[in-house]
Design a protein around this ligand. Sequence first.
Ligand SMILES: [Fe+2]
Length: 296
Amino acid sequence: MIESKHFSSIYLPALWDGLYLYKENQKRLYKNRNLYRSNATPINFDTFSREGILTFTVEPKLVEELKIELNKHIGYDMDSVLIDEPEARHYVTFSECDPKIKILHDRILAQLDVINIAKQYCKTPNVRISGFKLRIQEADSEFKQNLFKDVGYKVPTTNYMHIDSSFRRSQIKMVFYLNKVTASNGPFRYVRGSHKIKDPIWRKISRRVNHKNGYQAWDAAGRERFMKLPKFLRHKAEFGNDLLPENKYHKILMDEEVTVTSKDGNFVLFDNAGIHRGGLIETGRRISLQWSMEAV
Ligand SMILES: [Fe+2]
């Protein structure tokens, strides 16, 4: 009896408080969950949902302003600097640089309305901007080119086609060209609609695991190790290097792939769950900003 009284007088009200708070929290959670729905649908949202990619043109004046500030930050002129390696990469942390960079960045994203597209697409009340980096890349005869040199095979025309290993609709990526990009200096390419390809769960998991633990390597030892996996686990995130030209998907992928040059725009927004590639530079230099919006 004593125990029962004790239980009813102390624990029940506490339990009730808990339920009450839970209900309040639940209301708050639901309110936040619906935040993305309260925004008007961005003008390009349907195209992005259907194709998995959007291209925009940021006005040249704004591009130049941003380049001036970035040049000050990195300490040299990105267009004329001589680089020793095929790539010079700078991760830019907004809190550590002149606030003008963040202001220009925010202005560009707001003009294109890409944050709202990302929020609605990822069904999230907010997004986190991450991995903001400047890449200066030049022709590299080795990059994804001589993977099968030891056995006398050339890479196929689908080489470097890949899918990123983040979870579906958890991340949207951006590429912003800061110089003129043509077909020969590493344009970004994307297979339209490929973000909708449905994979069985074991394929999704094995693709990610093989990517993250190095099982998709193309050197002789790596290939041998990969072929020792059971057949149903032999999947690669970067599958384009292994696709034989006679494979029935080869033509479909090549036909559906779009190549984004400066003529199409200088800013690319894409769902990285779709098939993409870029930076295969034959001649010249490509200067770009690359970063992502992640669901919070
Ligand atoms: Fe990628």
